[in-house]
Design a protein around this ligand. Structure first.
Ligand code: DX5
Ligand code: ZN
Length: 215
């Protein structure tokens, strides 16, 4: 089943609570929270307090994407704040095996992300520890960037390795290319601009879901 995870990086951040409600009412299953530290990626965004503030206002799965160096320092705090899924990057720590286990030990679902330039071989020894593999389809840091089609081969490869895991794709996805990524094997679709830049969020989410199955 395809799930849509609107990324609040693209929303009106002064209106977070209402924006979350709009996409929840619009049928989104997940809410994607992009955390950035200005080191792993060239931007700053949300933190632990953002997750804690959103938690009581939404029943959606809080899908927390940590684009931070040494994420192990903050995993317990993000779990306590109410994250359901915590995703960390294989490129962000020397001890990915331990960090993935820490997420599990803190009671969250485990996500493992790879950047566009990172080969699938980087996750071969640890992929089994994750519930969800996130394939970045832009270089992380900003919303509304252009989709990098080169990553489709990695999605296919990871789907063949893990037929039963969730595969998330993040960056540059819209109604025009969602079928390409679901057809390759992705089933959790992050959408920033494609949802939040639209006036009618519910219609945008429905359109993504329709196109995800039929192209
Ligand atoms: C990029 C973030 C994405 C971003 C997606 O660094 O990880 O989640 O917000 O935004 P769009 O869908 O607009 O590319
Ligand atoms: Zn993201």
């Amino acid at each position: 089943m395809i799930k849509i995870s609107p990324s609040i990086l693209a929303c009106d951040m002064a209106d977070l609570k209402n924006q979350a409600k709009l996409v929840e009412d619009g049928g989104a299953e997940y809410l994607h929270v992009d955390v950035m530290d200005g080191h792993f990626v060239p931007n700053l965004s949300f933190g632990i307090g953002t997750v804690a503030s959103l938690r009581p206002h939404t029943g959606m799965v809080l899908d927390v994407h940590l684009m931070i160096e040494n994420p192990e320092k903050y995993i317990a705090d993000f779990a306590k704040a109410g994250s359901d899924i915590i995703t960390i990057h294989v490129e962000a720590t020397n001890h990915i095996h331990r960090a993935l286990q820490q997420i599990r030990d803190n009671g969250c679902k485990v996500g493992l992300a790879i950047n566009p330039g990172t080969p699938v071989s980087m996750i071969r020894e640890v992929g089994h520890l994750a519930d969800m593999i996130l394939v970045m389809s832009v270089n992380p840091g900003f919303t509304a960037q252009k989709f990098i089609p080169d990553v489709l081969g990695k999605v296919r490869e990871i789907r063949a390795m893990y037929p039963d895991k969730d595969i998330q794709i993040d960056g540059g996805i819209g109604a025009g290319n969602i079928y390409e990524v679901t057809e390759a094997g992705a089933n959790v679709i992050v959408a920033g601009a494609a949802v939040f830049y639209e006036e009618d969020k519910a219609a945008a989410i429905q359109n993504l879901k329709d196109k995800a199955y039929k192209g």
